[in-house]
Design a protein around this ligand. Structure first.
Ligand code: CA
Length: 234
């Protein structure tokens, strides 16, 4: 018997774009529930129980940010936001409100499909999000033993550096905002202290990257946060 294809919920008010995305997703064997307003979308999230939400931030009735906030009050549904505005503040706000990933218009459907796949895979790998090992390229992290290796050589990290790396590992492949990193590594009182993050990220890159000015693993998402590459992760 064929396994049931995941249902994706799409909230997008541009009819042409909605049709384009729906067709592309259905061609990849996803089922799609498409709505044009935030209210319909929230109702569909409750009634249809989708596996993932693709959400346009600019909607005619309620703002996409408000959709995320309302949804997060009762649901852990994975969310990819689509931003037309390419405004870092919108993206950062959406991620802080609880979105999991974002794409800036225009983007290719191939890019969207790869983000959907990655996010569904990550959700399937939970619960708790606790991994024992993580490996990408030369970088290997043994989370439970708190050991880090680069090219087989053990690297010594301070407790803060290790914590910072762990937060990124638990979201590997996805951007984590400055605010979230500060909150999870240093605590809620530190969310404005972004210089801590810059200093520690610099140290971490110095220890892990062969060329800290052109990082392979600890990638900068300008104005938004950092992303640990999972390209070639095992
Ligand atoms: Ca729109």
């Amino acid at each position: 018997m064929k396994t049931k294809s995941p249902l994706l919920l799409l909230i997008e008010d541009d009819p042409q774009f909605q049709l384009l995305l729906t067709t592309a997703l259905e061609n990849q064997d996803y089922s799609v529930a498409a709505t044009s307003t935030g209210r319909e979308g929230l109702a569909a999230a409750r009634n249809r129980k989708p596996s993932l939400l693709i959400l346009d931030l600019g909607l005619p009735d309620i703002d996409g940010q408000e959709v995320i906030r309302r949804l997060r009050s009762w649901s852990g549904l994975p969310i990819i936001v689509l931003s037309a505005r390419n405004q870092e503040s919108d993206i950062t706000q959406a991620l802080d409100n609880g979105a999991d990933d974002y794409l800036t218009k225009p983007f290719s459907t191939a890019e969207l499909l790869s983000r959907i796949k990655a996010l569904l895979r990550r959700v399937a790998q939970l619960p708790g999000g606790t991994l024992e090992h993580f490996q990408v390229g030369e970088l290997k992290i043994e989370l439970t033993k708190r050991r880090v290796f680069v090219g087989g050589q053990e690297i010594h990290l301070t407790p803060i550096e290790f914590r910072l790396l762990c937060v990124l590992v638990n979201h590997a492949g996805f951007v984590v905002t400055h605010r979230k990193l500060l909150e999870q590594v240093w605590g809620a009182a530190y969310i404005e202290h972004s210089h801590y993050l810059r200093i520690y990220m610099g140290q971490l890159r110095h220890k892990i990257e062969s060329d800290p000015t052109r990082p392979r693993y600890l990638l900068t998402e300008a104005g938004v946060g950092y992303r640990l590459s999972e390209e070639g992760a095992e």
